[in-house]
Write a protein that binds this ligand. Structure first.
Ligand SMILES: Cc1ncc(C[n+]2csc(CCOP(=O)(O)OP(=O)(O)O)c2C)c(N)n1
Length: 657
């Protein structure tokens, strides 16, 4: 690890800093120098470990100014939206020494986590939630009459502000005239890629209102000359702002937010510590919802002169060696994401009715090239999963063939749209759920381990998961023929290399595949866990001579009742295997099948291998799976232990693989 010790001579101010409140004793020159140290530390540390680089670099001054003006651990509360920008906050709150372990197993989380620090209000990773949470604190204080002068501060990016839930919170928050809620809008005109949509265009107009900016600078420098800013001056300031509304273009004063009941302050330069501190002070006396519009540059300080589309949203970092070995199942082939995007392009070029929908995840879902080549067939709806799914339903009902490319974890946002707009109408929307299963370094907020459960209970859905990238292509073709909704889940990372993939025979909806024969038991695996099952089979045979059959389930709904029923009827023990929680998952579906045919099938022969009923933290996927008892080593142990309880069958026969 290249990260320096915390006594690095290049960070004297950081070394001298005790509690984050110490920044209150620093003058603004000192804060600027501290900002430079923090930036240098983040760049060096995060380019080594990997992690969210750009967002944190953009809010260094903002974080310092917040800590200089508020009292977060005692009086006020700070809620970061998404949380990927919290590295400066973590550094200030005593976690600098742990940055070498960032996003590694049992290391520092890349997101806020109250288990790490009492300065972290909530554990987050999904966007659009901060205003609601902060408002909850503000309302609770108000209800207990503990709110006087106490601020609940939400820091939200312009990308996350597009989430429906953020708008819902603005709508509700603005209706409380006396709520001590502060929303800091961190506007860098970026989501992961450049922000999209009408709100983004509006914010651009506000930002470019140079006339207004010039006046704001005048106001700020006038106030700056006053040693202690009294209520009287602030009152004048507020009236001045309101009087400006009559004479300048309305959009320039954040009229949207004003109309929603917030006092709007801005736009201000989010890298100007003086301006930030004055904004916080100037609004501190106000007993009403306030929105402070701060303009920052994402990735500030890191190769500033190199224009980069994603402003270094995330840095890859070096591959961190781990005792658990390489990530599993990362088998050296093309990534599932790339295979999905290539196939989507093939289908879209063939049929102009095919439209892909992404919710601010163009890069993550592999669709950048698609968008460049077929822009008319690629809709980036912004960070708005609910709308994306509702839109897909409408398009499908109108004769289009929408493919919703949304990560398994983020699709949770759109659950009611999936139910009503899609399932209830039997709208033929194809969901392609990337990051199904353990995702690694992003951890518990991002693991996509609930989708089978939340989709399987909805009538009309077909659920499938490919064993490899070749089967993903087949499944997308099959899903395109469905007359109702379908969902294909596939994992992060790469599958088996093409030459290592088993042959791909055509198949129909609900048809599983026997990939290896054996009479001592059978593993019915879902998705890429099929390759893990084959490896377990190999090891079990080598260790004990017992031969397991392996079935590629392909479908969690509808199940291949005939094939699975046959295995359950003839094998001494049947294991189901999935990278998903036990409750409601693929194994649960098989158990339900057994119960529905209890006259014929014996539930005691069934053993469900799935994720336990707890959240699993960040680390490499191999470590996460190991912790859950689902890596190949532990699977082999668990399967061997169960096989020891049943009599071996003979003779052993090997059909394939
Ligand atoms: C509900 C949800 N959808 C998608 C994401 C993926 N995501 C993480 S950060 C991000 C962009 C956030 O943009 P913004 O709020 O403007 O913050 P910035 O990174 O620009 O500082 C997205 C889309 C997420 N975290 N949560």
């Amino acid at each position: 690890m290249t990260t320096r010790s915390i006594d690095d001579p290049r960070h004297p101010l950081l070394d001298a800093l005790g509690a984050p409140e110490d920044v209150k004793d620093m003058d603004n020159d000192g804060l600027r120098a501290l900002a430079a140290e923090i930036r240098g530390f983040i760049i060096e540390s995060v380019t080594a470990t990997g992690g969210h680089l750009g967002a944190g670099l953009g809010v260094v001054e903002l974080t310092l100014a917040l800590y200089a003006e508020y009292q977060f651990n005692q009086r006020d509360k700070l809620v970061w939206d998404v949380g990927h920008q919290c590295y400066p906050h973590k550094i200030l709150t005593g976690r600098r020494g742990q940055f070498a372990s960032l996003r590694q197993w049992q290391g520092l989380s890349g997101f806020p986590d109250p288990r790490e620090s009492s300065y972290d209000t909530v554990k987050t990773g999904h966007g659009g939630t901060s205003i609601s949470t902060a408002m909850g604190f503000a309302l609770a204080w108000r209800g207990r009459h503990e709110d006087a002068g106490r601020k609940a501060v939400a820091v939200i990016g312009d990308g996350s502000l597009q989430e429906g839930s953020a708008f819902e919170a603005l709508n509700h928050g603005g209706s409380f005239k006396d709520l001590e809620l502060v929303v800091v809008l961190n506007d860098n005109n970026m989501s992961i890629s450049p922000s999209v949509g009408a709100l983004s265009a509006y914010l651009s107009r506000v930002r470019s209102s140079t006339w207004l900016n010039a006046r704001l600078r005048t106001i700020q420098s006038a106030i700056r000359r006053i040693p202690r800013v009294g209520d009287e001056v602030e009152d004048v300031l507020e009236r001045w702002y309101h009087s400006l509304q009559g004479i300048i273009p309305q959009h320039a004063l954040g009229i949207i937010f004003e109309e929603l009941g917030f006092f709007y302050y801005g736009p201000i330069d989010g890298h100007d510590v003086d301006a930030l501190r004055h904004a916080f002070r100037a609004t501190h006396w106000m007993r009403r919802p306030v929105l402070i519009h701060v303009v920052t540059r994402k990735g500030r300080g890191y190769k500033d002169d190199v224009p980069e589309a994603t402003c270094y949203h995330a840095a890859g970092g070096k591959v961190v060696a781990s005792a658990a070995g390489p990530e599993y199942p990362d088998q050296g082939g093309a990534s599932f994401t790339a295979a999905f995007a290539d196939q989507a392009m093939v289908m879209a070029e063939r049929d102009p009715r095919v439209v892909v929908i992404t919710a601010a995840m163009l890069e993550g879902t592999g669709l950048t090239n698609f968008q460049q080549r077929l822009p008319a067939q690629c809709l980036d709806v912004g960070m708005a999963e609910q709308h994306g799914v509702g839109l897909a339903a409408g398009l499908a009902l109108a004769g289009y063939k929408p493919i919703c490319a949304i990560y398994s974890t983020f699709l949770q946002r759109a659950y009611d749209q999936i139910f009503q707009e899609v399932a209830l109408q039997r709208a033929p929307v194809m969901f392609c759920l990337d990051r199904g299963g353990m995702v690694g370094a992003d951890g518990a907020t991002h693991n996509g381990v609930f989708d089978i459960a939340y989709l399987r209970c909805l009538p009309n859905f077909v659920l499938m998961s490919p064993r490899d990238t070749g089967e993903l292509v087949q499944m997308m073709e099959l899903a395109a023929t469905c007359d109702g909704p379908s969902a294909i889940r596939f994992p992060r990372g790469s599958g088996a290399k093409p030459e290592a993939q088993m042959p791909h025979a055509p198949f129909a909806i609900g048809q599983a595949e026997r990939v290896a024969a054996g009479e001592d038991g059978c593993i019915i695996a879902y998705g890429p866990m099929v390759y893990a099952a084959l490896e377990v089979r190999r090891r079990v045979q080598a260790d004990s001579g017992r031969m397991l059959g392996v079935v590629n389930a392909r479908f969690a709904k509808p199940l291949d009742e005939r094939l699975i029923g046959e295995e359950l009827a003839r094998q001494p023990v049947v294991f189901t295997l999935e990278d998903h929680v036990l409750a409601g998952g693929f194994g649960s579906a098989v158990l339900e099948l057994v119960r529905s045919q209890s006259g014929h099938l014996d539930a005691n022969r069934l053993e469900l291998l799935a994720l336990p009923d707890r959240f699993i933290d960040h680390g490499q996927r191999s470590e996460q799976l190991g912790n859950a008892g689902l890596d190949v080593d532990r699977l082999t142990e668990r399967v061997t232990a169960r096989l020891a309880t049943v009599r071996p069958a003979s003779p052993v026969r090997l059909v394939s693989s």
